[in-house]
Design a binder for this molecule. Sequence first.
Ligand SMILES: [Zn+2]
Length: 266
Amino acid sequence: MSRAHVDLLNMDWSTRSCARNGHLTFAPTDDRYAAQLSVETPVGQAWKCLRCGAFIPGPAFSHGPVEHAPSVLHDRQIRDRVIIRFLAVERGIRGFIVLLIGFALFQLKNSQETLESTLSTSLPLLKPFADQIGWDINNSRVIHLLDMFLEVAPHTLWIIAVALIAYGILQLTECFGLWFQKRWAEYLTVVATSAFIPIEIYELTHSVTFIKAGALVVNIAAVLWLLWSKHLFGINGGASAAHDDALVGKSALDYAVALRTTVPAP
Ligand SMILES: [Zn+2]
């Protein structure tokens, strides 16, 4: 494993998140917790950040009973959210491009030309978008196969356009669900991505491009990572383990108390 790879795995996600979003301090009314989460410094009282463990001088960001402690995402959860959002963006871009191509084909559905010639006339418009996701429409095995089977059908383009629009909507649905960390979106992504992996492999048997091969690797990794890390289908502890990931109220404070104490910020 390369040094850069190791650094990525060991990255202090909590510290990075605090640098970006500010620290998360909370003054509980419970004296026992308050004593463990605050210190006196030469510049006054400092409160321990619930996320990164640094003592931050000045009044706490919020205060109240223990059970009102804010919910805290920490190291692994922050890293997971970054990965999930990467997947969401990747699906959003692909969904948007496929949807665009689907609608463009839909516009041409009344054309009497064959799919091949229609594609070549519309290609100047569609090609840059397809290139973005590493999809060579003119050389696509799946499209050729569909074309072969559907050549005699009068609604060839219509069927392909509807299929592309449906696929685009599916990708955008995954995008929105993953971005907002919905559990149904994790299941939908695993099931839908797995279903398309054989098609991606079939596409690769025709021509291998860096983007296509990369997309396949990302999709296989995403499925395995979601299954394991998000405890889907009862794997790795199942739903109860997934539920335990959230830190709110008392558990957020217990987590902060156990955090390695860092030097108070100047
Ligand atoms: Zn912090």
